[in-house]
Write a protein that binds this ligand. Structure first.
Ligand code: TYD
Length: 217
């Protein structure tokens, strides 16, 4: 085993519960918790431009480019430094959000978007992507009271995004774990944690096995 960090991306449609799951997982792993869009100072400005329902709506390509700019800043300023320091990082959304929303949702060509995210991230890909999968009808019931620009899009948009995520996971099963997000928070959290431990093990000094080993020695 090396001391290198690991990058885990939690993905899913709006209202699937992934932000809660990302927080619980990061706590359990002792990982750095971060999110997109908007984890850096520049990113917070971009997030306002992207999601404010009262602002000037970006074109589809402008939306993709602004998401990519947010991600480039996030990788350079937050994710790579943490990984270099040997930390595990849990990010609430990453490149697959662009493929699912701007690709499957908006209809921009997937191959263009793959090149865009590869360039923006200098090809930093997650060690594991966890899809918290729920039916859009369930997710709508969980949505907050002040929907942003993308949350206001119609049900068919969110159906396409969900199907897009499932297609991405299906095409690369070794890079994805799909977890049913319909259950209680603790049930979903334990499924997410189980998937991560099966694929990546646990960070040094973390996790049930590590704790037991420490207690028993
Ligand atoms: P998010 O912060 O997860 O929403 P919330 O704070 O409401 O839980 O994401 C904001 C929105 O941005 C969400 O609708 C998904 C969208 N998004 C994209 O369309 N493409 C992207 O690449 C990313 C990172 C997010």
């Amino acid at each position: 085993m090396t001391a290198a960090g690991r990058l885990i991306a939690i993905e899913g449609i709006d209202g699937c519960g992934k932000s809660t799951q990302a927080r619980v997982l990061a706590e359990a792993l002792g990982a750095v918790l971060t999110h997109e869009p908007g984890a850096t100072a520049l990113g917070r400005s971009l997030r306002g431009l992207l999601l404010d329902p009262d602002g000037d709506a970006p074109s589809e390509r402008a939306e993709a480019l602004l998401m990519a700019a947010d991600r480039a800043q996030h990788v350079a300023g937050v994710i790579r430094p943490a990984l270099r320091a040997g930390r595990w990082v849990v990010t609430d959304r990453y490149s697959a959000s662009t493929l699912a929303y701007q690709g499957y949702g908006r209809g921009l060509p997937l191959e263009d978007l793959r090149r865009l995210v590869a360039w923006a991230t200098e090809e930093l890909t997650p060690d594991l992507q966890v899809l918290v999968d729920v039916d859009p009808a369930v997710a709508r019931g969980r949505a907050g009271t002040a929907p942003d620009r993308l949350e206001r899009l119609d049900a068919s948009f969110h159906d396409r995004v969900r199907q897009g995520y499932l297609a991405l996971a299906d095409a690369e099963p070794d890079r994805w774990a799909v977890v049913d997000g319909a259950g209680a928070v603790e049930v979903v959290a334990s499924a997410v944690r189980g998937a991560v431990e099966r694929r990546l093990g646990a960070p040094a000094g973390q996790g049930v096995r590590g704790d037991e080993a420490a207690a028993g020695s």
